[in-house]
Design a protein around this ligand. Structure first.
Ligand code: FES
Length: 110
């Protein structure tokens, strides 16, 4: 049997994260995570670029393509998969499941 060791944490009321909005969140272990609302679907990625540790989740967010651009060297990341679409980054970043329960945005962290 596989044990589920992940933890669900509250991020914010769903009403505060409407389409096109983004929020930076700090997990209990200190990891920074960006949560994005791409036209109604929620995605979360770590706030650390796989190229050179840039503050990825603080880059320019495009809700229509569901991408964020690393502010350090400009790699464009697909928020749905965590994969970079352009160089110089070539490795994916960590993604986290996001759900809404009782009108609260919740993040699942390992
Ligand atoms: S640190 Fe993100 S592209 Fe270089």
């Amino acid at each position: 049997m596989i044990e589920d060791t992940s933890t669900r944490i509250d991020v914010c009321p769903a009403a505060e994260l409407t389409a096109g909005e983004t929020r930076l969140f700090e997990a209990p272990d200190g990891a920074k995570i960006g949560v994005f609302n791409c036209d109604g679907s929620l995605y979360a990625i770590e706030d650390r670029c796989s190229h050179d540790d840039g503050p990825l989740a603080e880059g320019e967010f495009d809700a229509s393509t569901c991408t964020v651009e690393c502010p350090r060297h400009g790699s464009l990341f697909d928020l749905t998969s965590g994969r970079p679409k352009t160089l110089p980054a070539y490795q994916p970043v960590q993604t986290y499941p996001v759900t809404i329960e009782d009108d609260i945005v919740k993040l699942e962290v390992p």
